[in-house]
Every structure is written in structure tokens, then in C-alpha cells.
Design a binder for this molecule. Sequence first.
Ligand SMILES: [Zn+2]
Length: 490
Amino acid sequence: MKTKTDERATAEKFPRHIAAQSEDFNQWYTDVVTKGDLADYSPIKGCMVIKPYGYALWENIQRVLDGMIKETGHQNAYFPLFIPESFLKKEKEHVEGFSPELAVVTIAGGKELEEPLVVRPTSETIIYSMFAKWVHSYRDLPLLINQWANVVRWEKRTRLFLRTTEFLWQEGHTAHTTFDEAQGETLKMLGIYKKFAEEFLALPVIDGQKSESEKFAGAYATYSLEAMMKDNKALQSATSHNLGQNFAKAFGITFLDRDNLEQHVWQTSWGLSTRIIGAIIMTHGDERGLIMPPRIAPLQVVIVPIFSDEQKNVAILDAAQEIARDLAARDISAQIDDRTQETPGFKFNEWELKGVPMRIEIGARDMAQHAVTLVRRDTGKKESVAHNKVVAEVVALLQDIQRNLFTAAKERMEQHIFPVQSFAELKESMAEPKGFAVGGWCGSAVCEAAMKEKTGATIRNIPFHHYGTFTHCVGCGKKAAHTAIFAKAY
Ligand SMILES: [Zn+2]
């Protein structure tokens, strides 16, 4: 039997202490990522190692989103990591946008290359060089391709998951016969991302169009999802681009239409990356650590048998194994933590830090009552449930946790969106960001840049949702052309 003194000693040596979220949000973030076993720093500056627990989360994201991408008619393919430098230069805005962050291979196989190879920062150019070979007729369209890959952007300042030199993502690339069809695809995929974010990640998002200066380099128009983190900053969670015919013209992707006339295709590209993991962490996490939404959690239930001494109790362990089997039969992932060298309190802390949505405790007292204790990670609420009702109750509670996380995040976001009528109001609200400001914007890039310079906030997007009528630009006071969402952002 462990004594109170032993418990205290355990707490003191507990290696997983995390900074207070309310006091130092940035340190809290780093602590939960590293101590929650999601990722670690690598020997290469700016690159991260995604640890098994974090990678399991990414695999769940991949599995669900991949299913949604395929359901909407897209097929997966894979293109080379290297892109001939000349390809990037074919679309002027594209190369200008990406040049500062390119990694370039000039020597390979011991020889200087005739043409340097860029490590892909995104794959439009390499993929579209192939589209030009594959598309001949309107019968070849639409061409709907998705790729799961790593990309490299040489970032100056990096943070685990949020901004890393190498990151993982999916990038969709499509070609169509008309502008309208490409626009429909662009918005359809933004809608798929929104559904995925809200229903699986429990992330409420604001969908809308990016300003000209914030759009993707080479796009005709960019649309984004913006999520609000608990420190009131925005995190761009996915983007979808209508590329118009910019790349089609640069790469000569043409087709013969029904009248046998040669036309350029209309294109889209869209992506979601490992950055979204940062959004999950900073939307749901609390003072105790991470909180994983059940539908995407690497582990949904942890079962902690509570032994009365340092010996495993066979009856308790049998009960735990039976519950784990029953949960597995309902496709619920469960793990038994039967370590004897750690106290139950240590284990509770550890699994709470890792954000496992539910804990099942089974001790001698529970056994005597043919019951177990269920503990929710989101509210901390405990309940005793009879053995024969455990599975049904866990299923119901996981659904309730999923709903509760989304509702809480949505309410929080709505409470932190506020209208601004003047520049003074915008500036004041962004000093210590109070949330997202909604206000009028004249549409001028110069005015937009000046607001960014003076407040540190950017136009996140021009939202589809109607937040009210704003007649004047908060930046310059001229007539407003749009209603925009302003925020400080990751
Ligand atoms: Zn203005």
C-alpha cells in the first residue's frame, strides 16, 4: 500500500508539469505538445519529429479526410519530391511568392546538376506539367487528383505543428472545362474541410474569401477556414484556391471542347496540413493538458485498474480486459494501463495530459458493486456504471463529449467576435487580442497593409456569414467595399 508520503514523492518527481495556460499560453502549448508525446524537436532546425501518439492522430485525420476526398470523386496519386527550378518560374506570381522559402538541390550524385531541383514547397508546377500530357479532350475532364505528401518551406521562425520547415499535408489538384465548374469545386472542397473540421475535430470555423494580398501565389481567388484559438488568435485551418487559367496557360494544359476548339482548362488546388493539429490543441486544451475530440482521438478510452498493492489483482485485470474487448467490438479504442510501478494518481495525470477523452477506473470497491467508475476528460465528471452497462454508456458519453467540445468552442468563438467601427477600436481590441474583430474594409491593399503594420492584425477573410452592415472602412474611413474579419494570427 502506498502511503501519502509516497504519493507526494510521486507528485514531486512527476516529470510532466506543464505551464499554466492562463499565464503563459505559448509555453503551455510547447509543454502539451512535447510532454503530451505528440512531437519532439529534431536535430535539423525547424523540422519536427512526430511521435507515435501524434502520428496516430495524423493517421486518423488522414483516414477520415481521405474517405471524404474519395467520396467526392477524387483519386490519390503521387508526384516527385523534386521540381525543376524552371517549372516554378513559369508562373510569375507563384515563383515570387515561394522564392524566399525554397530549399534547392544543386549537387547530386557527386556532380553539379545542370538544372537545380527545388524540394517541393507545393506541387502545382510538377503536377500540372503532367496534366498537360494527360489532358487532350473535354472527355478527359474533370481531372480530380489528390496527393498525400511532405512539403518543405524554409521558415525563419518555427513552432511545432504550426510552422515547421517540413510538414505533411494533402494537396488536391483539379482541372475543369469551365470557370463555373472550377469555382464550384473550390467551394465544394472548402465545404468538405468545414464539415471535417466541425464534425470530427469539433472545431468551429469561419469560411470566407482571402483578400488579394493574402491569396495563394498564382491563384485567381483563395478561400479559407479560420479557427479561433483560446488565446483569441486565428489559425488558418485549410485553404481552397480557384486558380483560374493562370497555371493552365503557363503549362499549356489545353483540351478540345465539344466544338473541337482548343481551350485552356480551369483549375483548383486545396490543402490541409499537420498545422490542423495545432488548432485541435489550442481550441480544446485546458490547464490539465490536451483534450482529444473522441472521433479523432488516437486513444478513446484508457482503463486504469486500481490495485490495492503493487501486485496485479487478477480479478480486476480480468474485468478490465473484458471491458477492453467489448469496447473493441464496438470499434472503440481502449488501452489498459496496468503498470504497477506508478500510482493511480500519476496515471490519471498522465492520461489527462494526453487528452484521452474517457477514463475507466476499476478498483476493489467497484468490483464489489459489479461496477466501474467512468471519468470524462472534458468536464472531469465521474459516474459509477454497472458492468453490463459500461459499453452503452461509453458510446453515449463519447458522443456527448464530441458534441460538448464543439458547442463549447463555438460558444467561446461567438462570444469573442465583435464589431468595430473605427481604427481606434480595432487597434485597442488587438493590443491584447480580445478575439476576432468584424468591420468594414475599403478593399485597398495599401489600407490593409497599413492596418497590419499598426495593429499586428491581418484580414483573415471576407466571411460568407453576414455579421452586420458596415458602411465605412475601419482603416481609412472611406466607403466600405467588404466586411472583413480582422485578427492576430498564427
Ligand atoms: Zn480603407
